[in-house]
Design a protein around this ligand. Structure first.
Ligand code: ME8
Length: 509
């Protein structure tokens, strides 16, 4: 049997600054997706990394008084260090200054030249260093880029990629691959942009040096987006297209990106790949942006959110849960203190945490600290067991659409049903009158909690693990192959002393 594979990537982050909530968010979404697929039996490759060339990084290095190599190594490390702090399970970390990547980008270039898609000309127009993007005169709004970034006039010899010829092939590609761009609203946006016509794209620069040299013409370095996008295929082993990794993992399943960089991924990238005779990825998913207490996040306002500080204040799994639960993935969202505390206290502490703590605490006190032995299951027991059983398939459908909030809403329906069930069945009242029935109710609840903890692993890996520890579920029985009734809890198994898993947020005095 061949295992299915799943390749997911984050954007590679510019090393001009420290990591912020935007970086943490994209990486987290990929992590949750990667963890889900691993638990579901896929062979997963999860890639993240840093984008280290271009004018923006060169300028940041100069401002820090460092040469670009020293500077990029230092800042790239900050991004790498964020990963364990957020419990990110990436399989690879790519830096665009690595030899494997330089080799790969130069090979892509050679193929574009060999296929006659690159020609030498002269660029004269506006450039935004902040966006690392070219803008036409008629795109400017009051003399600045539509993104709000300042632009500078650039006039220099440049190689061009014949993007104008790719309008029809791209539209045909979107048509035959309706799932390529998600969510759907973004797909329409891209189609309408491409339908409006495409201009050839300047793909080299001569006015600065920090980039990958154009093969056979050292006066030019490559445009940073051609360099950066190629990272996804470098990590899949390119140029060795016969290699095992390439054969297995390319084309990628999902490039996760912020909405601001969708055009590069959904227009330029498939055009470059098709022009080089390579397959485009399966899907580009554009997520929305966070505001901070209702305000746009920006360095000049000084309201940039440090993900490490957030984790310090509220806890890692709390932050992971909040970011994925609060807004439909793809929409913009607001990060507010009240909203985080409410999710933390209501959803995690009162609903989910309390369900497991009530049941495990009661068993520890009244059930010899063992998995109870159930009798016959009543209709009510069977109904809640069935809800738990159906949860995986429902969650899988949501994950297949990157609808993380929907997946979590589905989980919480079962959590609420569990809390209602325990109130209705009132095992504490059965302790004296009908201990056998009490055992059946508690066993039913433990089975529901086991299922909840298994499907929650991708979002709150640490907490779900602790919950499964408290249920004495062995480490090798926590993947989705062990979700079913065949792997239900064994009566008589010893249970450790339960500890609360999701603390309430208490305001400091
Ligand atoms: O764009 N909310 O790098 P970058 C959510 N190097 N996401 C946000 C955000 C916010 N407030 N602010 C920024 C680059 N982001 C390129 C990518 S890939 C081949 C090259 C997101 O460091 C933003 O949408 O600027 C983007 O996905 C990422 O954070 C920032 O990436």
């Amino acid at each position: 049997m061949t295992t299915s594979r799943f390749y997911i990537s984050t954007p590679i982050y510019y090393v001009n600054d420290v990591p912020h909530i935007g970086h943490a968010y994209t990486t987290l979404a990929c992590d949750v997706m990667a963890r889900f697929k691993r638990l579901d039996g896929y062979d997963v490759m999860f890639l993240t990394g840093t984008d280290e060339h271009g004018q923006k990084v060169e300028t940041a290095a100069a401002a820090a008084g460092l040469d670009p190599l020293t500077f990029t190594a230092k800042v790239s490390k900050n991004f790498r260090d964020l990963l364990p702090a957020m419990n990110i399970s990436n399989d690879d970390f790519i830096r665009t200054t690595e030899p494997r990547h330089i080799l790969s980008v130069q090979e892509i270039w050679r193929r574009l030249v060999a296929n006659d898609h690159i020609y030498l000309g002269k660029y004269a127009g506006w450039y935004s260093v902040r966006d690392e993007a070219y803008f036409a005169e008629n795109e400017l709004v009051d003399g600045i880029a539509p993104t709000g970034a300042p632009v500078e006039w650039v006039e220099e010899p440049s190689y061009f990629f014949d993007l104008s010829k790719w309008q029809e092939p791209l539209l045909a590609f979107y048509e035959t691959n309706p799932d390529f761009i998600a969510p759907n609203s973004r797909r329409n946006e891209v189609i309408s942009f491409v339908s409006g016509g495409l201009r050839d794209l300047s793909v080299s620069r001569t006015s600065f040096k920090w980039g990958i040299p154009v093969p056979d013409d050292d006066a030019h370095i490559m445009y940073v987006w051609l360099d950066a996008l190629t990272n996804y295929i470098t990590a899949a082993g390119f140029p060795d297209t016969g290699g095992e990794t390439y054969q297995k993992f390319w084309p990628a399943d999902i490039h996760m990106v912020g909405k601001d960089i969708l055009r590069f991924h959904a227009v330029y990238w498939p055009a470059f790949l098709m022009a080089a005779g390579l397959e485009p990825p399966h899907r580009v998913f554009a997520h929305g942006w966070w505001t901070n207490e209702g305000q746009k996040i920006s360095k000049s306002v000084g309201n940039v959110i440090d993900p490490l500080e957030l984790i310090d204040t509220y806890g890692l799994d709390q932050v992971r849960y909040f970011l994925l639960r609060e807004v439909p993935f793809g929409n913009d969202g607001d990060l507010s203190r009240t909203a985080i505390i409410s999710r933390m206290n209501n959803d995690l502490a009162n609903d989910f945490g309390n369900l497991s703590q009530r049941v495990l605490g009661f068993i520890a006190k009244n059930g010899n600290a063992k998995v109870p032995t159930p009798g016959l299951f009543s209709d009510a027991d069977q109904a809640i067991l069935r809800l738990g059983e159906e949860l995986l398939a429902r969650t899988r459908t949501a994950y297949d659409n990157q609808a993380f909030n929907k997946a979590l809403e589905g989980v919480w329906e079962v959590v609420s049903a569990g809390n209602r069930y325990i109130d209705e069945q009132a095992p504490w009242a059965l302790r004296k009158t009908d201990p056998e029935r009490m055992a059946t109710v508690l066993y039913t609840l433990l089975e529901v909690i086991r299922r909840l903890a298994i499907v929650m692993q991708p979002v709150v890996p640490g907490s779900a693990d602790r919950m499964l520890d408290q249920l004495s579920v062995p480490a090798d029985a926590r993947d989705f192959a062990h979700f079913g009734t065949n792997h239900k809890l064994t009566p008589g198994t010893d249970l450790p002393k339960p500890e609360p898993i999701f603390p309430r947020y208490v305001e400091a005095e």
